[in-house]
Design a binder for this molecule. Structure first.
Ligand code: FAD
Length: 436
């Protein structure tokens, strides 16, 4: 299944209750303008709640489930789109119902907007909408640069929001036959509950594997590469995948017991795991001082940057920026282990040579791995990356699959360059190191 097919399938499943509602449309629903408004109001409520439940189901984070979507970051994107669509539909829901009531009388409109006394059916609806605004708002850049930890804490409000929305729907549901309402809502709600229980209880207890920090290597002054030894069953993974790492070192000044996503920089054939971490914020800065011998937990693997089965002679163009080199490091180490000829051009973009991580190892690989070539792009010397720079160094560029990983601005630029060099969109693969 392609990522597009996987995403489309989720959208169709999420819209199923709304599709059923459209199929079961009654003549009376179209009898007058107010009936149409009322029907649209109910339809937006049904679609909004179903999309919200689908977004909750997608948050399950089961290793492997993200693969058909092109990796967990792409799956999060679908989750984000579902939640945004749900939010807009649920905002439209009371507005349309109020407009429908307004065509009957002003009193009816006011009663729809402002529930009186203990009208639980309406209060639960408003409560759900308010919570939805509170937990979704901070995730949009429109409201300022999002703070990840605050956003994560506020996201817990999603659970009561969904419960209130379900109560509201079960109180007022009258669009579909009773049995359909019960089966659709209870089915979707059960799936959402299982996903959330898996994510916040089961995976934390049974999905995290214990590892020990065997060695801390320092390839640069703000980067560490941790070498981890399994203290139980070892993780199996593919080159380029990532894990959630939870350090347990009691001496850490920040980020202890906090999970953060990091790409595995080791080759899958190695005995232990290697994880390279650049200091980019509180937790990643504190981990630079993690003690050797301390314990960490590893959950995963996630991601699908490189294909599961790739033909060794399928030509590739790799564009990496800064710490975005880690998935390529893992894959290059893996290819060196396998020892088969490849056709890969790596363009490694950094400010200057002093910031080129693992440069000696890549230079060595360029001489020992047949078909692998390395080209450094120094921003201070070469300016922003462009198609002339890449085109001159990469033969048959239009026949290649481009894999791009790096900070946001480089990601956008490299995609543009690949596009200008006639690499079709279907062969441009990106990995984002940003989840918001
Ligand atoms: C798929 C993926 C692979 C990554 N691989 C690497 C790698 O190999 N090496 C490396 O140095 N960095 C990697 N990162 C980035 C790394 O996760 C962040 O730098 C780190 O989480 C920053 O946390 P902080 O508290 O130090 O910084 P903050 O300033 O708190 O966060 C900076 C940004 O990091 C992200 N982030 C922060 N906390 C979390 C969290 N708990 N879960 C998810 N995202 C979070 C958010 O997008 C946030 O905006 C990867 C990120 C992703 C999504």
């Amino acid at each position: 299944m392609t990522p597009l097919q996987a995403r489309s399938l989720i959208w169709v499943l999420a819209l199923l209750p709304a599709i059923v509602a459209v199929v079961m449309l009654r003549e009376s629903d179209l009898a007058s303008p107010e009936a149409v408004l009322n029907y649209l109001g109910r339809l937006t409520g049904i679609a909004g709640l179903a999309l919200m439940l689908a977004a909750a189901i997608l948050s399950c984070r089961v290793p492997g489930f993200d693969r058909p979507f092109g990796g967990l970051t792409k799956l999060w994107w679908t989750h984000h789109q579902l939640a945004t669509a749900a939010f807009l539909l649920l905002l439209a829901h009371p507005i349309l119902l109020t407009l429908a009531a307004a065509s009957v009388s002003l009193d009816a409109a006011v009663a729809t907007l402002l529930p009186s006394g203990l009208d639980w059916a309406l209060w639960t609806g408003w409560g759900a909408l308010l919570l939805l605004m509170l937990f979704l708002g901070p995730g949009y850049r429109f409201f300022g640069e999002p703070d990840y930890q605050r956003w994560k804490r506020l996201h817990r409000l999603a659970a009561p929001a969904v419960v209130l929305a379900l109560i509201h729907t079960l109180y007022l549901a009258r669009t579909l036959p009773w049995l359909w309402e019960a089966v659709l809502w209870l089915g979707l709600a059960a799936l959402a509950v299982v996903s959330i229980l898996y994510r916040f209880s089961w995976s934390r207890r049974f999905g995290r594997r214990p590892y020990r920090v065997a060695r801390v290597v320092r390839p640069a002054n703000n980067v560490v590469e941790l070498e981890l030894e399994a203290e139980g069953p070892a993780l199996t993974y593919e080159a380029g995948q990532f894990v959630y790492l939870t350090p347990r070192d009691p001496s850490l000044v920040a980020g202890r017991g906090e999970e953060h996503p990091y790409t595995l920089s080791s080759a899958p054939g190695e005995t232990g795991l290697r994880i390279a971490i650049k200091a980019l914020g509180d937790a990643s800065r504190a981990i630079q001082d993690i003690a050797e011998g301390s314990r960490v937990q590893v959950e995963g693997p996630y991601g699908g940057f490189f294909p599961q089965r790739s033909s060794p002679d399928a030509p590739e163009l790799w564009i990496a920026g800064g710490i975005g080199i880690t998935p390529f490091l893992a894959r290059a180490r893996h290819l060196a282990e396998v020892g088969e000829p490849v056709d890969i051009v790596l363009i490694f973009c950094v400010q200057d040579e002093a910031r080129a991580l693992w440069l000696d190892e890549f230079r060595e690989l360029a001489t020992t791995l047949p078909g692998f070539s390395l080209h450094m792009h120094y921003f201070y010397e070469n300016g922003p990356l462009d198609s002339t720079f890449v085109g001159e160094r990469c033969p048959n560029v239009e026949t290649r699959t481009a894999y791009i990983c790096g900070p946001g601005p480089l990601l956008g630029l490299a995609q543009k360059v690949a596009h200008e060099l006639n690499i079709p969109r279907s062969r441009i693969v990106t990995e984002e190191f940003d989840l918001l």
